[in-house]
Design a protein around this ligand. Structure first.
Ligand SMILES: [Mg+2]
Length: 262
């Protein structure tokens, strides 16, 4: 039962693109929901597969009236860095723009890297030769980490190719697997739970993506709340991974306020 009382004891994971934000605009109800949760002193974490630096995401949110600090924003590169440190990798080939490279540990241009991190293809103008080089490294057994398993996302209402589409291409061509560090990876959700300081079952995951948000929440033991914005498609709410479904964030807030069980 999700009521105001239940929510006050919980932690909230909010997806960014397609849920709180559509490009530079906040979705209906996003600002009032964030303000409301903060007024209840409920811990919130913006958990995204976007590889924008947390400081840049913070500015995007603040411009729209959501006062969320960088410490409360988790991106997959933070999770990757913990993994890189843990594995002791000192030379990591990085696929991504300057903003992404700056965030990653131990970046190296070597032809014989310890690992490869796929962060973002949007700004690097990837061509056949680069994809062939990556596929060959993967075939040689070099470990690959990817920031996102999703194949597309929505920006200003337009569908964009996401890193997961390149992950699939490389896996198909190489017949090897790539470790995804972004949602729906349980590794990534575990890091979020640690940051929120709550048990998985006390956490509501609010998002627009039935796979990355809802399936990720379900396999990690949290409660999935699907919002019909962003990449939502009719019928997504029928998934057994979805516990609750709302037209928008305003509806979600209204229902918590009214203490209606849903
Ligand atoms: Mg989303």
């Amino acid at each position: 039962m999700m009521s105001e009382t239940a929510v006050m004891k919980s932690g909230i994971i909010l997806d960014l693109d397609g849920t709180l934000m559509d490009g530079v605009h906040a979705y209906e109800g996003a600002v009032s929901l964030v303000n409301y949760l903060q007024s209840l002193a409920v811990p919130i974490l913006v958990m995204t597969n976007s590889v924008q630096p947390p400081e840049a995401i913070m500015k995007r949110l603040q411009k729209c009236g959501m006062d969320i600090t960088a410490e409360n924003i988790l991106n997959p590169i933070v999770a990757m860095n913990a993994y890189i440190r843990n594995q002791g990798w000192s030379a990591v080939r990085c696929i991504g723009g300057e903003d992404e490279q700056r965030q990653l540990l131990n970046v190296s241009d070597t032809d014989t890297p310890d690992a490869v991190a796929l962060l973002d293809f949007e700004d690097i103008n990837a061509d056949y030769r680069l994809l062939q080089t990556l596929m060959t490294l993967l075939r040689r057994g070099v470990p690959f980490l990817a920031a996102s398993g999703s194949c597309h996302y929505t920006k200003n209402g337009v569908r964009q190719i996401d890193t997961g589409a390149f992950v699939r291409l490389l896996e198909l061509a190489s017949n090897c697997e790539i470790q995804v560090m972004g949602k729906p990876s349980p590794l990534y959700f575990q890091m979020a739970y640690q940051l929120l300081g709550k048990a998985p079952e006390a956490i509501y995951v609010i998002g627009d993506d039935v796979i990355t948000d809802m399936h990720g929440a379900a396999v990690s033991g949290s409660v999935g709340c699907l919002i019909k914005t962003g990449k939502y498609q009719s019928g997504d709410e029928d998934s057994s991974d979805v516990s609750y479904c709302f037209e928008n964030l305003e509806d979600l807030k209204r229902l918590i306020e009214k203490r209606v069980a849903f």
